[in-house]
Design a protein around this ligand. Structure first.
Ligand code: GTP
Ligand code: MG
Length: 243
């Protein structure tokens, strides 16, 4: 891939909510009545999205540089998403927090989230290392569900990083959730998510599939490790054995 194609293709930002949409949704939930200063909620969304943009750009730059330096792209693609007000309210309820700006600021780190889908499993940790080692990026939280998969079979590396965002009124340290996973893990998680949340299927049938998916996750992991080995070998032998 040419560099220009890479930067055009890799990051899909089109799921981003506009602040206008957030405001409309927040009004539907009656949140404007709960806040003395409703604009603070919008500002929080603006900040978090700006933080995700900073991280997104860093990841794109990294992928370009890996291509340049090693002739190899660790990143398959990147997705950015903003949490809807609906799932924000639902999460605050689930976690038993009273709905206040301070509580959202202090406890909800995934208002803006980035998902990095890598080509292979080792790339997950390579991307993490290259991101977290940047001097303006701070690791806030880390859950390695690849080393310790969830009982469902779910695998992914979840980190929260904080990054400075420079704004008209000053500099803010902003948390961004980054989920990093391989193509196989992503494929698995997408299907399992649909099975879990988006189905009119008979519960017994769902349970049967969920059981099978636990084994599938393990098998996919084995397959990805094996394919990663081939890919590595190909890279190591590149340019050799030519007459
Ligand atoms: P929440 O963020 O409130 O869910 O709590 P948490 O931070 O304790 O949860 P976790 O670290 O498990 O990350 C939650 C996110 O990971 C979810 O929004 C999903 O995107 C993903 N996730 C976690 N577990 C599963 C799973 O079993 N299946 C799938 N498909 N996705 C999962
Ligand atoms: Mg979370």
């Amino acid at each position: 891939r040419k560099k220009s194609e890479v930067s055009a293709m890799i990051l899909e930002r089109n799921n981003f909510f506009s602040l206008k949409q957030i405001e409309t949704e927040a009004r539907q939930f009656g949140l404007q009545d709960q806040f003395a200063d409703f604009s603070r909620l919008l500002h929080l969304y603006e900040l978090r999205q700006a933080g995700a943009n900073e991280i997104g750009t860093k990841l794109e730059n990294l992928d370009d540089d890996y291509a340049m330096t090693y002739d190899y792209n660790p990143i398959h693609h990147i997705e950015e998403r903003t949490k809807s007000i609906h799932s924000l309210v639902e999460k605050m309820r689930r976690k038993d927090y009273e709905f206040s700006i301070e509580n959202v600021e202090d406890h909800i780190f995934d208002i803006a989230g980035i998902r990095v889908v890598t080509n292979y499993i080792d790339d997950v940790y390579e991307i993490e290392r290259s991101l977290v080692s940047q001097t303006d990026v701070t690791l806030v939280e880390r859950k390695d569900y690849i080393a310790q998969p969830k009982p469902s079979g779910y695998r992914s590396l979840h980190i929260v990083v904080s990054v400075p965002v420079f704004q008209a009124r000053g500099t803010y340290q902003v948390p961004v959730e980054v989920q990093i996973r391989s193509v196989g893990m992503d494929m698995w998680a997408s299907l399992e998510h649909r099975l879990r949340y988006k189905t009119d299927m008979d519960p017994a049938e769902v349970e049967k599939h969920a059981q099978a998916l636990v084994a599938d996750a393990e098998e996919l992991n084995q397959i990805e490790l094996r394919m990663q080995g081939i890919s590595k070998q190909l890279r190591e032998t590149k340019g050799k054995n030519r007459s």
